[in-house]
Each structure stands twice: as structure tokens, then as C-alpha cells.
Design a protein around this ligand. Structure first.
Ligand code: CAA
Ligand code: NAD
Length: 283
């Protein structure tokens, strides 16, 4: 399959990063969000990262401006009419995602692959709401997208080999490494990572240590690049909570129960770096 034009739905931290790497790899990209404000925020983040790459002599000025020329923004899902691939990166909520997929299914051409960047939700259930389940797949990028090498590719029960192979090829064209996994809650990445983050939050909740001390233990003792609480703030505490809820409900096992402190932070609007406050203050 020859993908020339693609669309990314959601211009938040993941969607903007995904749009950037596709545009840098030479694809025509349409970036979609609900409002012009969100699109502007996403686009200006991409512009900033490209200027930094020019300053550091990683790319030329010509490459940066050609990348931006390949990037359009739109608030209309109807603009997917000429896209060969669409990647959804909206909030981690099944109802919102299935709505987006049903609308896309009406507007994207019949040959188009519809992928989700979901962190944990069942791709099989998302595929089932469309008329093209064999062309639906999970394409799970890691944060920050321009830096991290992994793309976890999740096969739904209905995903065809042709769809899988097309996504594997595109992942390599982005200079990233595909890893194939099957469709179970949290896949592999978040089934392993998120219980560690949740346990780190429990240690703070139970007064075992301060956030700084927990992070120091994992950074200096286990050589993690970021401590788990810094990482939780970086991912977004709302996203962390949604993922723990998917694991808890999906496996029905109390070992995945979200820490009450995580719930409380999300209720307070302390969502981490993106809201200015989480386990740490950002300003
Ligand atoms: N967006 C884009 N680029 C970024 C960035 C961001 N938010 N933050 C840092 N970078 C880039 C920098 O520009 C720099 O690039 P150059 O080398 O080209 O200059 C490079 O990353 C290294 O940055 P720094 O030297 O400033 O910082 P660092 O060495 O501490 O690395 C890091 C930063 C790469 C983010 C590192 O701390 C790290 O690997 N952290 C862990 C990240 C991680 O675990 N991600 C997975 C999260 S889980 C997930 O994504 C799945 C999910 O579903 C929740
Ligand atoms: P975010 O909150 O930064 O961005 C979400 C964006 O989606 C927002 O700009 C919002 O306006 C937009 N949006 C919401 N509903 C929409 C709709 N109906 N149509 C178009 N746009 C809509 O979230 P994020 O961190 O970028 O996460 C997005 C997805 O990626 C989630 O499924 C998340 O689980 C997954 N993910 C997140 C990370 C991470 O580290 N944050 C890593 C991998 C995957």
C-alpha cells in the first residue's frame, strides 16, 4: 500500500508529535482537532521543536520549512476524504474514540487504514464499530514521539495481514522500530509500565517517601531516565488513571486498582506537566 497523505486526529502532545514525524519523513499530513486554538498550540509546538533541531544542526532550515509546508491543519474530519491512513490520538476514552472512528469510516476512502494510538483500549472493540474492521489496527507511539524509537503495533482479532504489513513498513519509513503484540488490556507497554507508576504513587500515598525520594531511587538505583512520578506528570495523570482503569476492569484483578491519590489529583485538575501541576509544579 502506498501512503502519501495521512491525517492525525488530536493535536495534543501525542498527535502533534505523530504529525511532526510523518511530515519530517515526507508524508503529506493533515492535523485535526476540535478547535483552532488546539491546532495552533499543536502547530506551534512542532515549529518550536523544528527550530531547535535547526539550531542544533540536526536538520537544515530548508528541511524544517519543507516539513511545515507538508503540514495542514483542519477542524473537519470530512477532510480525511483523500487520506490513505488516519491515526487517532484523542483522549483515552472509548466513547470519544468510537465516535471518531464511526465518523472517519464515513469520510475516509474505502482503502484507508484507520489506526489508533490508544495506550490501553481494546482495538478489537474499536474495529467492530466500523465497516472495515480488517483495516483497523493499533499504532502505539511512545512519548516524546520524535525521540522514542518504539511503535507497539497491536493486531485486533479482525486486523488483516495486509494491514499489519502496511503499518510495519510505514513504521520503518519513520525510522522507528515496530514490535507486534496482541490485543489485551494495556498491551505490553502499559501492562508493565503503568502498575510500576501506580505503585510509586502508592508509596507517596502511604507516606513511605516523598515524590523526589521515590524518583531518586528509580533514577539513581535503576538507571531510569526519569523517575516514575516525573514520568507520570509527563504522560498526564488523567491518561495514567484511564489506563489503570482499563487494566483493572479488563483483568478484574485488584492488583491493578488505581491509587486513590491518583484519582484525587485528577479530580483536582492536577494533570501533570500539561496543566502546570501534578506531583511537581511547572511554571
Ligand atoms: N518532545 C520532543 N523532543 C523532546 C522532548 C519532548 N517533550 N523532550 C526532550 N526532547 C528531545 C530533546 O530535544 C533532545 O533532542 P536532541 O538530542 O535532538 O537535542 C532529546 O530529547 C534529549 O533531551 P534532553 O537532553 O533535554 O533530556 P534527556 O536526556 O533527559 O531526555 C527524554 C529526555 C528523552 C524525555 C528522557 O528523559 C526519557 O527517555 N524519558 C523517559 C520517556 C519515556 O519513558 N517515555 C515513554 C512514556 S510511556 C508512553 O509513551 C506510552 C503510553 O501509552 C503512556
Ligand atoms: P492530550 O490531552 O495531550 O491531547 C488530546 C487531544 O485530543 C486534545 O488536543 C483534544 O482537544 C483532542 N480531542 C479530544 N476529542 C477530540 C475529537 N473528538 N476530535 C478531535 N480531537 C479531539 O492527550 P495525549 O497525551 O496526546 O494522548 C492522546 C492519546 O494518546 C490517548 O489515547 C493516550 O492514551 C495516548 N497516548 C498517550 C501517551 C502519553 O504519554 N501522554 C503515550 C502514548 C499514547
Amino acid at each position: 500500500m502506498n501512503v502519501k497523505t495521512m491525517m492525525v486526529i488530536g493535536a495534543g502532545q501525542m498527535g502533534a508529535g505523530i504529525a511532526q514525524v510523518f511530515a519530517q519523513a515526507g508524508f503529506q499530513v493533515k492535523l485535526n482537532d476540535l478547535s483552532e486554538d488546539a491546532l495552533q498550540k499543536g502547530r506551534s509546538g512542532i515549529e518550536k521543536r523544528l527550530s531547535r533541531a535547526v539550531e542544533k544542526e540536526r536538520i537544515s532550515e530548508g528541511e524544517a520549512s519543507a516539513t511545515l509546508e507538508r503540514l495542514q491543519t483542519t477542524t473537519k474530519l470530512e477532510d480525511s476524504y483523500d487520506c490513505d491512513l488516519v491515526i487517532e490520538a484523542v483522549v483515552e476514552n472509548m466513547d470519544v474514540k468510537t465516535n471518531v472512528f464511526q465518523t472517519l469510516d464515513k469520510h475516509a476512502p474505502s482503502h484507508a487504514i484507520l489506526a489508533s494510538n490508544t495506550s490501553s483500549l481494546p482495538i478489537t472493540e474499536i474495529a467492530a464499530v466500523t465497516e472495515r474492521p480488517s483495516q483497523v489496527i493499533g499504532m502505539h507511539f511512545m512519548n516524546p514521539v520524535p525521540v522514542m524509537k518504539l511503535v507497539e503495533i497491536i493486531r485486533a482479532l479482525q486486523t488483516s495481514d495486509e494491514t499489519y504489513e502496511a503499518i510495519e513498513t510505514i513504521t520503518k519509513q519513520l525510522s522507528k522500530t515496530p514490535v507486534e503484540v496482541n490485543d489485551f488490556p494495556g498491551f505490553v507497554s502499559n501492562r508493565v509500565l503503568m502498575p510500576m507508576i501506580n505503585e510509586a504513587i502508592y508509596t507517596v500515598y502511604e507516606g513511605v517517601a516523598t515524590p523526589e525520594a521515590v524518583d531518586d531511587v528509580m533514577k539513581l538505583g535503576m538507571n531510569h531516565p526519569m523517575g516514575p512520578l516525573t514520568l507520570a506528570d509527563f504522560i498526564g495523570l488523567d491518561t495514567c488513571l484511564y489506563i489503570m482503569e482499563v487494566l483493572h476492569e479488563g483483568f478484574g484483578d485488584s492488583k491493578y486498582r488505581p491509587c486513590p491519590l491518583l484519582r484525587q489529583y485528577v479530580k483536582a485538575g492536577w494533570l501533570g506537566k500539561k496543566s502546570g501541576r501534578g506531583f511537581y509544579q511547572y511554571s
